[in-house]
Design a binder for this molecule. Structure first.
Ligand SMILES: Nc1nc2c(c(=O)[nH]1)N[C@H]1C(S)=C(S)[C@@H](COP(=O)(O)O)O[C@H]1N2
Ligand SMILES: [Mo]
Length: 405
């Protein structure tokens, strides 16, 4: 039995071995695209997310140990569907653009595809990510393609009093407000100014494939820089209004409640989830495996991601040690962009055996620092949305690895 096998057997359960093997095989095919080195194996975090209590809503959460490419493969990309996945007949489907516009439009998918094409790599995170014990992988990065929204709004001609753009989805469910229960479609509202941002896409393609049904086919909104909820899937209608839509997904759910102090008294402030926040997470710990009999200490490395704002640097802390700089790894320029995560790595050397805690923090180019869990920004928050605090993961370093040489 070589040292690698000893580590595996003493340290990992059967499922973890299988998962790590899979991750290893995957990275070997993508050595250039991901900061991994040949002969590395992935360790499994001791703290694993709880079982998903809402599989009908949340699916395919990213297993951080399996992060092995810059772009998240479509089959590893998480999904959220509050009202289930609607059946959309692509032949009969039209995108309507209406409301307070001069020229209402109805476009087929072919008509949308015939319009100018634009692509944007974008890391999409659910604002609930890390807000619940099961919810640790509601994030992924894809190269989204479609046609920009702004010229379409300009063609429709937003009337002077139009101030909000409502994006309606095909999916619907029952909602109760007061003593009335009704069936409502998923929808989100955005100001005309925000909706006219040239980066917003009416998206029909994801990582070079036709947009999959579970990610919103035939058409979804991609709003780079916004939390997931703004990226409305299964779009049917874009409607300009003179008031903000105050439905469940704008004003009741996806609302953050914070306590602010004003003149010595509490002011409880509710805000609607909108733009993404600065965040980072340790993704995986790898170790080099020396050839049998070669001796030498295994070298450990911590790899992670940082996103939500332009990233200046990332720092890593092991146990109660000092914050040390991580290296931001350069990725394919066609994949990395203003709205994507940065991948970083930290050479850990050969840590002492036993359990260790690993924390990362991102620093934005404007000087903002990802908040610690005891930061008032987070302790004053009473809802689980927008949980962008520093994340600590636990790992066990086996003693047996050094004995094996
Ligand atoms: N029509 C519709 N769009 C939706 C949702 C939904 O339930 N219905 N969920 C939103 C939320 S909360 C998130 S986080 C993202 C997730 O996108 P994905 O499923 O492609 O990962 O979709 C958003 N768009
Ligand atoms: Mo979400």
């Amino acid at each position: 039995m070589d040292s690698r096998e000893v580590v595996r057997r003493t340290f990992m359960g059967q499922a973890a071995v299988a998962a790590a093997g899979l991750a290893l095989r995957r990275f070997q095919g993508l050595a250039q695209a991901f900061p991994s080195r040949p002969g590395e194996e992935v360790l499994t975090w001791l703290d694993q997310p709880a079982a998903n209590p809402v599989p009908q809503v949340v699916g395919d959460l990213l297993r951080w140990e399996e992060l092995s490419s810059f772009l998240t493969p479509v089959e590893q990309f998480f999904t959220i569907a509050h009202y289930g996945q609607p059946q959309v007949d692509a032949q009969a489907w039209r995108l309507e653009v209406g409301g307070l516009v001069q020229r209402p439009l109805a476009l087929t998918l072919d008509a949308l595809r015939a319009r100018p094409r634009q692509e944007v790599p974008f890391t999409l995170e659910c604002s609930g990510n890390h807000g619940a014990p099961f919810f640790h992988g509601g994030i992924g990065t894809a190269r989204w393609a479609g046609t920009p929204l702004a010229p379409l709004l300009a063609e429709a001609g937003v009337l002077g009093r139009g101030s909000e753009v409502i994006f309606w989805g095909a999916d619907a469910g029952e909602e109760t407000l007061g003593d009335t229960t009704v069936t409502q479609h998923f929808a989100r509202s955005m100001s005309v100014t925000d909706a006219s941002d040239p980066n917003l896409l009416l998206c029909y393609e994801m990582n070079g494939q036709p947009l999959p049904a579970k990610h919103g086919a035939p058409l979804r909104l991609i709003a780079p820089g916004w939390y997931g909820v703004a990226n409305v899937k299964w779009l049917t209608r874009i409607e300009v209004r003179d008031t903000r839509l105050m439905n469940k997904f704008m004003a009741r759910d996806y609302v953050t409640l914070r306590e602010e102090r004003r003149d010595g008294a509490s002011e409880w402030v509710e805000t609607s989830v909108g733009r993404a926040l600065l965040k980072s997470a340790p993704a995986r710990v790898t170790r080099t495996v020396a050839p049998a009999g070669a001796g030498g200490e295994p070298q450990y490395r911590i790899i992670g991601a940082a996103w939500g704002a332009p990233i200046a640097r990332v720092e890593v802390r092991v146990d109660d040690g000092p914050w040390l700089p991580a290296t931001i790894d350069r990725s394919d320029p066609a994949e990395e962009g203003e709205f994507t995560w940065r991948l970083w790595s930290f050479d850990w050397g050969t840590p002492g055996p036993g359990e260790h805690a690993i924390t990362s923090r991102a620093v934005a180019t404007d000087g903002r620092v990802q908040p610690a869990p005891d930061d008032p920004w987070l302790t004053s928050k009473r809802t689980f949305w927008e949980s962008n605090g520093q994340i600590t993961r636990r790992i066990a370093i086996p003693a047996i690895a050094t004995q094996a040489k």
